[in-house]
Design a protein around this ligand. Structure first.
Ligand code: BJW
Length: 234
């Protein structure tokens, strides 16, 4: 086995062929929305109803029976199982808030930007599963004074989840693969440097080359490029 400790980072591009919009491509999620209105704590304070509408629509999409993991999600899940069976280590860090990696069978997943199908208490951060629409009238009762629940999504200016675990894995990685992310949002955009400085081989699989400094890159739709690349690692 050429690589033992493998860390994969995924972004919106890995779910594009399942029918989930990316953020920054044309016709992406940001085309009809101002980032500061729907993806910041300040936007939520100004207009919670607008923010709820934005996430309710996307949460509802996850319940569409037509929505399925694509060949890239499935290949990653299969590769993880086989790699672990061979005694390797594997961590998938996703920036995506859909649950397609989990549905595909990926086991070791960090959802660093949260999850659409969870909501949380704005005071304690205690989260719970939530599959339906969320409104300002939905309250969390974990504090003495009930608080309006908010989407369990990491907005700009907030700390992504499990950063210590991510850093530890990146420092130990001998292979870092970045899939379907534009590399415009930190800290995820800096993972390639951390891994490279720690000695990992770095690979980008994306529709097009980004500005990230990768040792190797393969370009095209994730559902094609990811299974092909992972087969070569077997
Ligand atoms: C395909 C494909 C196909 C298409 N096949 N590929 C100045 C400098 C540096 C940093 C900062 C700065 N000012 C502020 C910051 C920090 C800030 C940041 O990075 N800002 C940038 C805009 C500069 N970051 C943060 O605030 C983060 N927190 C943080 O830093 O905490 C530290 C801290 C906190 C407090 C105090 C002190 C320190 C939090 C970031 C949260 C990001 N959240 C979002 C929105 C979540 C809500 C929602 O889902 O609506 O997460 S932003 C959005 O972007 C979403 C995504 O996860 C994230 C990344 O996007 P992604 O996945 O890369 O998607 P796209 O659309 O950009 O790219 C898709 C790619 O796929 C493209 O390359 C396509 O080509 C490709 N593709 N189809 C393969 N079929």
């Amino acid at each position: 086995m050429r690589f033992n400790n493998i860390v994969v980072l995924t972004g919106a591009g890995v779910s594009a062929e399942s029918g989930i919009k990316t953020f920054r491509d044309s016709n992406g999620l940001w085309e009809n929305h101002q980032i500061e209105d729907v993806a910041t704590p300040e936007g939520y304070q100004r207009n919670p109803a607008l923010v709820h509408q934005f996430y309710n629509q996307r949460r509802a999409q996850l319940l569409d029976p037509k929505l399925k993991p694509n060949a890239a999600h499935l290949a990653l899940a299969r590769f993880e199982q086989e790699h672990i069976a061979r005694g390797g280590r594997f961590l998938l860090i996703t920036q995506n808030v859909d649950n397609l990696h989990q549905r595909a069978g990926s086991d070791s997943v960090i959802a660093m930007h949260g999850q659409l199908q969870k909501v949380k208490c704005p005071v304690t951060g205690k989260n719970q599963s939530w599959l339906k629409d969320l409104t300002g009238a939905d309250l969390c009762h974990c504090c003495k004074i009930p608080q309006p629940l908010r989407p369990d999504i990491v907005w700009f200016g907030e700390m992504p989840y499990q950063m210590e675990l991510c850093a530890e894995a990146l420092m130990q990685a001998d292979l870092f693969i970045s899939i379907g992310t534009s590399g415009q949002v930190y800290p995820a955009a800096g993972f390639v440097q951390i891994a490279a400085q720690a000695g990992a081989h770095t690979v980008e699989l994306n529709m097009e080359a980004t500005r990230g400094d990768f040792a190797e890159g393969y370009y095209g739709p994730a559902a094609k490029v990811v299974p092909t690349y992972l087969k070569r690692l077997d």
